[in-house]
Write a protein that binds this ligand. Structure first.
Ligand SMILES: NC(=O)c1ccc[n+]([C@@H]2O[C@H](COP(=O)([O-])OP(=O)(O)OC[C@H]3O[C@@H](n4cnc5c(N)ncnc54)[C@H](OP(=O)(O)O)[C@@H]3O)[C@@H](O)[C@H]2O)c1
Length: 324
């Protein structure tokens, strides 16, 4: 039998549970993988809460939580080329990640570089791949300035590392406690929070802050930003959109896909291919992407791992280690 952490219907944390089930059988194009590590992402709790990806099949309960894993191939389905039993791989599973076994589609799987641990590799398929897609979509020249809102989380850390690698200057919003963490990425830290001009009334801790856009202007080289990669959405996105006179191609978000068009921006166009996973693996092996895994939990404490991300203030990546 194989342990998995599931949700039994749509809802809050109360619908989560451990189950013991037979390991799934790999179908055509799939790999059965013994999971060694599973990354934790905001999408995990959003799916549990009932959000579905466009075109996704209806939920079949129980559904295993998790969208990214690293592990070892135990069986190979029909029609799969390039992978064999015993290979160390990572990717986006078809059947959840918080589990001892899962099925990876070969089309969303890549070989794990030998120099990366399973824990580090499990941090790449969602956050780093989204950062990679977004930074390439913006296609900024060296010397340009990129604002990343929510730079202290999984996607933001990877986006900052990639942008810096391409010679782009990075300004990032994050809570005050992440200042040193953000600066270590080579980014200029802008404290998050609503300033007095936006809140209208003094708020504890942020009442004396200028408005967010003014804070960014004050921190950005030359007082301007050339593009925005948003990972927060809501009022912060609206506030920083005002920094860009022409937003076409220069304002993207992973956090507010449904509403960004109203501001003249676009959602991050996710490629979701093994080529992108290979590319981020190479960048990680070369030390350009340095997965900042700041908290690990054994599978038995998957609930705590998800709460750490669901709280909305994760630092870098949270990863569940299986069999640790
Ligand atoms: N479309 C896709 O394919 C895709 C893929 C990945 C992620 N996403 C979405 O992108 C967003 C970010 O994902 P993630 O994995 O980076 O999340 P995460 O790891 O949970 O990080 C979110 C970060 O935002 C910071 N934050 C929260 N409120 C903030 C604010 N007002 N200003 C500045 N920072 C704030 C948090 O900490 P502090 O407040 O302490 O700074 C935290 O560091 C989520 O909405 C996620 O669902 C979409």
């Amino acid at each position: 039998m194989s342990k998995a952490y599931v949700f039994t219907r749509f809802g809050g944390p109360e619908v989560e549970a451990f189950v013991e089930q037979d390991p799934p059988e790999p179908g055509p194009g799939q790999l059965l993988v013994a999971v060694r590590a599973a990354g934790v992402n905001p999408v995990d709790w959003k799916l549990r809460a009932g959000k579905r990806r466009p075109g996704a099949p209806p939920a079949e309960f129980p559904e295993v939580l998790g969208s990214e894993v690293a592990g070892v191939v135990e069986a190979v389905g029909a029609g799969v080329d390039g992978f064999a039993v015993g290979d160390e791989v990572f990717g986006n599973p078809d059947t959840g990640g918080y589990a001892e076994h899962t099925l990876l589609p070969a089309s969303l799987t890549a070989h794990k570089p030998a120099g990366l641990s399973f824990t580090e590799a499990a941090a790449l398929p969602v956050a780093a791949a989204t950062a990679y897609d977004g930074v390439r979509q913006l296609d900024l020249p060296a010397g340009a300035t990129l604002l990343i809102t929510g730079v202290g989380g999984g996607v933001g850390v990877a986006a900052a590392q990639l942008a810096r690698h391409y010679g782009v200057r990075v300004v990032g919003t994050a809570s005050a406690g992440k200042k040193d963490f953000v600066e270590a990425l080579g980014a200029v830290h802008v404290p998050a929070g609503r300033g007095v001009a936006e809140s209208g009334v003094p708020e504890s801790g942020v009442a004396d802050l200028p408005a967010l856009a003014d804070r960014v202007r004050a921190a950005a080289p030359g007082g301007r930003v050339d593009a925005v990669f948003d990972l927060v959405g809501g009022e912060d996105l609206a506030a920083v959109a005002s920094l860009l006179p022409d937003r076409r191609g220069k304002l993207i978000t992973a956090a507010a896909k449904e509403t960004v068009a109203e501001l003249g921006g676009a959602a991050v166009a996710r490629a979701r291919t093994s080529e992108v996973l290979d590319a981020v693996a190479r960048l990680a092996a070369d030390g350009v992407l340095r997965p900042q895994v700041t908290a690990t939990y054994p599978l038995e404490r998957a609930d705590e791992a998800l709460r750490a991300v669901e709280g909305g203030h994760a630092r870098g990546k949270v990863v569940i280690e299986v069999g640790a």
